[in-house]
Design a protein around this ligand. Structure first.
Ligand SMILES: *Cc1c(COP(=O)(O)O)cnc(C)c1O
Length: 423
């Protein structure tokens, strides 16, 4: 049996005719860059994410870049983020001449640890309250922003992150590339918030392997601030407004109408696909319950994170616990959209080779944490600085989780894993 990590052909078979029709409309219009189709996608994604504005851009990477640019973040300034993420999260900071300051992840969720941010701010920074500026003590760098990553499809602990950001005057840019539609029990509003709607900006990627993937590169920045949305639109076309008059130096960060047409079709299916991913995850979890794995150090993705946070919140509002909106909605909370189903395993590399031998595709996200990448050598980090990130990089493995995956394929994957640990 063959079980690829991702099979986009199966999905394409279902939407083929609709997609071709939508693309045909763009072809007939010969309007390829920005325009009404892109605007329609911007409205649809903003609404899907629970945000007021969406600005279509050329990739998830450019979404991060332009969000940093619109806040004027650059040389002499710093941004707090995690070393365990896709490269562009920190690459964008560095490209603008700013400095990434890494903090470690939580070993359970693989997301930014609020405790690590707290420790970093308390021990390595000073807050100048008259200037409202957070300064890194040894370098004097002014810290401007924080980029939490919603890794694998689950939100970082946004309420604690937002609280710390507010207290230190930091811009929050959510890297939601793997988390479109993920819900988080954010008690600022009366219903769960979606990824990208809690910080100042949300950044999304339409790279083909994301849950909402285009037929090429694409991305979106979401925001609730009108002024920021306007400025982002100016920056994505070289900072020009009106045309050929430049108040700002931007770039070509535009989204194509053909991508928008494809994505508008796919967006209609996204919730159904996400539910399939969640069902597949639940099925894996039940199959992995069999004895023999936990003792071998095999860990499935976390399940109860939000339930814990939720029950803490509920106990703080005792009077209305019994019929709290959150309690009712919790059962339907889309707390994880499983862009990846990532397990933690001892002898990970051997396991991966064994699965490959049996036709099962897997991937390591990510084998080398960013603080150890040679391009960031001048930042001065060393092995051992972020032990949880380093451990995750050495132990985690993504298994196939795509919506069209068959139960028999999942059973096969789990059988092969059992066989590996039994031998
Ligand atoms: C995919 C991804 C990006 C970059 O998106 P592109 O569209 O490929 O540029 C950024 N951050 C994370 C966490 C990602 O997974």
């Amino acid at each position: 049996m063959k079980v690829p990590l991702l099979d986009l052909k199966a999905q394409y078979q279902v939407i083929k005719e609709e997609v071709k029709e939508a693309m045909e409309e763009v072809l007939e219009s010969q309007h390829f860059i920005l325009g009404p189709t892109v605007e329609a996608l911007e409205r649809a994604i903003a609404s899907y994410c629970g945000c007021r504005y969406g600005v279509g851009v050329s990739s998830g990477t450019d979404a991060l870049l332009i969000a940093l640019m619109v806040k004027g973040i650059g040389p002499g300034e710093g941004v707090i983020t995690v070393p365990y993420t896709f490269f562009s999260t920190a690459g964008c900071v560095y490209r603008l001449g700013a400095r990434p300051f890494f903090v470690d992840i939580d070993p359970l969720t693989y997301n930014m640890s609020p405790h690590a941010i707290e420790t970093f701010i308390e021990t390595e920074c000073d807050f100048d309250s008259s200037a409202g500026a957070l300064l890194h003590k040894t370098s004097g760098t002014r810290i401007r922003a924080i980029i939490p990553v919603h890794l694998y499809g689950q939100c970082a602990q946004m309420d604690r992150i937002m609280e710390m950001a507010r207290g230190h005057n930091l811009v929050v840019i959510e890297d939601g590339a793997q988390a479109i539609g993920t819900e988080y029990p954010y008690l600022k509003s009366d219903q769960p918030a979606r990824a990208g709607s809690m910080g100042h900006f949300g950044c999304f990627s339409f790279f083909p392997s994301k849950n909402l993937g285009g037929f090429g590169d694409g991305g979106m920045v979401t925001t609730n601030e009108e002024e920021m949305a306007e400025k982002l639109k100016i920056l994505r076309t070289h900072g020009s407004k009106p045309k050929y008059y430049h108040q700002l130096v931007g770039g070509n960060f535009r989204l194509d109408a053909l991508q928008a047409a494809v994505l508008l079709v796919k967006l209609k299916y996204l919730d159904a696909w996400t539910n399939k991913r969640r069902q597949n995850a639940a099925y894996y979890n039940s199959l992995f319950q069999q004895p023999g794995l936990v003792e071998k150090g095999f860990v499935t993705p976390p399940q109860a994170v939000w339930e814990n946070i939720l029950s803490e919140k509920l106990s703080n509002q005792k009077s209305e616990t019994s019929n709290s909106k959150f309690e009712i909605r919790n059962s339907k909370l889309m707390g994880h959209i499983y862009n990846q189903y990532v397990i933690r395993a001892k002898r990970r590399d051997e396991l991966r080779a064994h699965l490959k031998e049996h036709g099962v595709g897997t991937e390591i996200y990510y084998p080398l944490p960013l603080h150890l990448q040679s391009c960031f050598a001048e930042l001065g980090y060393k092995a051992g600085d972020f032990p949880e990130s380093e451990k995750a990089a050495a132990e985690t493995l993504a298994l196939p989780i795509y919506p069209e995956l068959e139960p028999a394929q999942q059973e096969y994957v789990v059988d092969k894993i059992h066989a590996f640990y039994a031998s």
